[in-house]
Design a protein around this ligand. Structure first.
Ligand code: MSP
Length: 510
């Protein structure tokens, strides 16, 4: 029985190192995975690398390397970036692994046995960067790929074909019965229109090179890289090796990506799964493109900005926060140094960071760093109300993949907490010995707000949250906190020793 929340990133081509577009998807998935763990769900979060096909082969040839040598060299760079960005994946799959080879062969054999594979000849214009044949409006003047703006290559080959055309009705039925299969809705409309217009069988093998998984019944052919790649999502669940594990994880709850590869996931993938007699994924979520100069940032076009260029300056937590906060999830967005600097200063350095350091400093000066005893642990007033809003809104947004709104709810709470401080002005209460009880109440409530911030920010900014948690001095580890219990107001124990510590978000150097 399925008991695990399963989320995937695309497996990325390794013709180069990651840019911030790849990191955008991966960080978003990480935030969702961490949020689910915070909720107490069992989670399987998968990422990995798509290592076969011509785009990788070409990259190796350009460097005078064998493809296997090249992919072995570059994959550690991908892992390093994910490590630096604190990506908490549960498995990293490489399509050149033996476990994958075996399961792809099993998969294509199933398609063959189902009678959905036949030998035919194809001629068409191929984009190596998309690893896809192009037709109609996908081809720009001069036979260029509309996405990558690179010349398409004419390919004519005898290939095995997958009978996609036979799945039109079943796909339309799937979309109708599960309108959430593709989100946002506009993407579902696009997919439905595409399938309604009629489906062509696609070629699922290649003979002009041998960098791929062999077709089991005809070893002159290797499996088309997209068929090979999509199946990674199932290989990693233990398919064919550990049936029980496979059933506890598959189908995926969400495949995350941008629209460049939607058709593969929402049309080809479910059709092949239906043919193989396997359950289809529960949903595909399409976020927007990060743009540079109004165009999709891309490796091929050398417009890729590397994550380290930004994390070295802003830190990893701010990096993770910025993209989710800045770009409504599902829409295209641009990165700029100016907007990132502005948000860093306003929301992190002067917002959250300053809030934490002021409150902890006051706890230090007025109560020797110990959490004071409040008159009531229930709390009341403006801050308590704001906390209620956070506790309701953040999970609702996360469940709906409204990541920018979720992060926005956190920022709103930080602002409310700052307003609260201005309103109650503990520094004035501290001057009046008769108001000692009010002072204790206000500092307790403020520290409790920080505790909630650490809990709710932990999926988004795991490092800063852990530092804040340590400053609060709470004995139980942050990783042991679960929602909803950890969201209850008043859990902070009076007498806990807090400490001011280093600034969570230091001022930026020019
Ligand atoms: N290897 C295939 C995917 C196979 S999945 C079974 C592939 N790889 S890729 O390296 O080109 O990665 C494409 C994905 O990277 C996009 O779908 C998206 O998730 C992410 N992004 C790449 N560039 C991006 C932007 N400029 N903006 C946002 N996301 C982008 O396709």
């Amino acid at each position: 029985m399925k008991d695990t929340f399963y989320i995937t990133t695309p497996i990325y081509y390794v013709n180069d190192v990651p840019h911030i577009g790849h990191a955008y998807t991966t960080v978003a998935c990480d935030v969702i995975a961490r949020y689910r763990r915070l909720k107490g769900d069992k989670v399987f979060f998968l990422t990995g690398t798509d290592e076969h096909g011509q785009t990788n082969l070409r990259a190796a040839q350009q460097r005078g390397l064998k493809p296997q040598e090249w992919v072995d060299q570059i994959v550690p760079h991908w892992k390093e970036v994910w490590e630096r960005l604190e990506i908490s994946y549960d498995d990293f799959i490489r399509t050149t692994e033996e476990r994958h080879d075996r399961s792809v062969q099993d998969f294509v054999q199933r398609l063959h046995d189902a009678g959905d594979v036949y030998l035919g000849t194809y001629e068409g214009l191929y984009c190596i960067s998309c690893e896809e044949f192009k037709t109609g409006s996908e081809i720009l003047d001069g036979q260029l790929c509309a996405i990558h703006k690179i010349p398409l290559e004419r390919v004519q080959e005898q290939n095995y074909f997958f009978r996609l055309s036979a799945y039109q009705d079943r796909l339309l039925q799937l979309y109708q019965e599960h309108p959430e299969f593709v989100r946002p809705k506009t993407r579902m409309n696009e997919v439905t229109a595409f399938v309604k217009a009629g489906l062509q069988d696609f070629s699922m093998s290649r003979t002009s090179f041998d960098w791929g998984v062999q077709i089991p019944w005809d070893p002159k052919h290797v499996v088309y890289v997209w068929v090979d790649a999509l199946f990674n999502y199932i290989t990693a669940t233990g398919f064919g090796v550990d049936e029980q594990r496979f059933r506890s994880i598959w189908p995926a709850d969400v495949h995350m990506m941008s629209k460049d590869i939607l058709r593969f996931h929402a049309v080809f993938w479910p059709a092949m799964l239906m043919s193989a007699g396997l359950p289809v994924p529960r949903s595909v979520f399409v976020h927007g493109y990060l743009l540079v100069g109004g165009e999709k940032m891309s490796k091929t076009r050398l417009t890729g900005i590397r994550p380290f260029q930004l994390t070295d300056h802003f830190g990893v937590d701010a990096y993770r926060y910025y993209f989710l906060r800045e770009v409504p999830f599902g829409q295209d967005g641009s990165f700029s140094w100016e907007s990132m600097t502005a948000r860093y200063n306003a929301e992190l350095a002067n917002g959250l960071g300053n809030l934490a350091s002021r409150i902890l400093a006051m706890a230090g000066s007025y109560f020797g760093g110990l959490v004071p005893e409040p008159s009531s642990r229930g709390g009341s007033g403006r801050l308590r109300e704001a906390a209620k809003a956070l506790v309701e809104r953040f999970p609702a947004h996360m469940e709906a993949f409204q990541l920018s709104e979720g992060v926005g709810a956190l920022d709103e709470f930080v602002r409310e907490a700052n307003r609260y401080l201005v309103e109650v002005a503990p520094w004035n209460l501290a001057k009046d010995e008769s108001r000692r009880k009010d002072l204790a109440d206000s500092i307790y409530a403020s520290l409790e707000a920080l505790r909630l911030i650490a809990v709710f920010a932990s999926p988004v900014m795991p490092g800063a949250s852990a530092r804040l948690w340590a400053q609060l001095g709470i004995a139980e580890p942050l990783s042991a906190q679960h929602l909803p219990p950890a969201a209850r107001w008043g859990l902070l124990e009076p007498g806990t020793r807090t400490s001011k510590g280093e600034a969570l978000f230091p001022r930026l150097e020019d």
